[in-house]
Design a protein around this ligand. Structure first.
Ligand code: ACO
Length: 309
């Protein structure tokens, strides 16, 4: 069995900081940020919004898109590093808000690879016959974990949520690869909810441009595919230069690598499902296309999955 993506949804807060706003907090400039990252603005939650409310709104849109009722969902997995509270988990909070009373719910922390790992986990539940209709969410309020006086990190991150509905149907288990390397964990860390994100930017950059093309090649090799056979590569939206370097190393131009990081910055586990939802909504994704999702981030962790759309 395979989980077919039958619905997607996203939610980003209305409020945002553009690069000129950040010039007022820290010693930076619009041109430095655009040149080094490609980011122009990042959306920031209001007082009334939380990691849970964003996930809930993205999920409602995904349910509407898939035309299913909340009670049909039997599995909710939320990927997040910025839950409102330690307990209960975000997935249970979303379950309550949706009224998805037949779902089993848990959270998963794999940082910016979180959605990919959650998606892969949902696929394995479906393949094992443990779930028929899964809701997979990435949701983050990183503005709460950012030190707004640290110019090396505050320019990068934003808030938002994305969700996908996976429904079981006959088909082969999708190809996926995933990796972790705890030995390099200090490159990207955050001690607690009272702490801030600390990052060795260059170490993370080097890790991403090396490992992401390698793991995509590993995935394609498993399937006997060449990079040219893939219609779209939906990468974690951390930095335009990382996405461009991955495309180059795979011998491709950047056209097959859609990006929305200009608008949202790095939303960690939410970035892949937000982009997926935007591409589905705008009709870019068509039946029969081959799509690769690839995530990378703290842990360190990274991976890729093939979707037959
Ligand atoms: N504005 C102006 N100058 C800055 C800023 C800023 N916002 N931030 C740093 N600088 C300065 C530094 O202080 C340094 O100055 P110095 O030469 O006087 O010491 C100079 O710019 C160069 O700093 P570097 O850190 O070497 O800059 P680099 O070119 O590496 O760019 C960046 C920094 C954008 C963070 C880059 O390393 C990067 O993109 N790394 C990957 C980060 C990332 O994507 N992390 C998340 C991925 S994983 C995940 O999503 C969790």
């Amino acid at each position: 069995m395979v989980g077919r993506v039958t619905g997607t949804g996203s939610y980003v807060p209305e409020n945002y900081y553009d690069n000129y706003d950040l010039e007022k907090f820290v010693d930076t400039s619009d041109s430095w940020i655009r040149e080094r990252t490609g980011i122009a603005r990042r959306h920031i939650i209001s007082e009334e919004e939380t990691t849970v409310t964003m996930a809930w709104k993205a999920s409602e849109r995904a349910l509407e898109d898939a035309k299913i009722h909340p009670e049909e969902i039997d599995l909710i997995i939320v990927a997040t590093i910025s839950s409102n509270v330690v307990l209960p988990c975000t997935a249970c909070e979303v379950q309550k808000k949706l009224g998805a009373k037949h779902a089993v719910c848990f959270d998963l922390n794999a940082a910016c690879t979180g959605f990919l790992f959650a998606y892969n986990t949902a696929q394995t539940y479906i393949a094992a016959g443990l779930a028929k209709c899964a809701l997979v969410i990435g949701t983050e309020s990183l503005s709460k974990l950012v030190d707004w006086t640290d110019r090396s990190t505050c320019i990068l991150f934003g808030d938002g949520a994305g969700a996908a509905i996976l429904q079981a149907e006959e088909g082969d288990f999708p190809s996926m690869v995933f990796h972790s390397n705890g030995a390099q964990g200090e490159a990207l860390s955050c001690g607690s909810r009272e702490d801030y994100i600390h990052m060795d930017g260059q170490a993370v950059f080097k890790f991403a441009v090396r490992q992401v093309p390698l793991c995509i090649s590993e995935l394609l090799e498993k399937e006997g595919l060449a990079p040219e056979d893939i219609d779209y590569f939906i990468l974690h939206q951390a930095n335009q230069r990382i996405v461009e370097a991955v495309a180059r190393r795979l011998g491709l131009t950047v056209e097959k690598f859609p990006m929305n990081l200009q608008e949202y910055g790095n939303t960690s586990s939410a970035s892949i499902p937000i982009l997926l939802a935007e591409l589905k909504r705008s009709g870019v994704l068509k039946k029969g296309q081959k799509i690769v999702l690839a995530g990378f981030g703290a842990g360190l962790s990274w991976g890729a999955t093939l979707i037959e759309w």
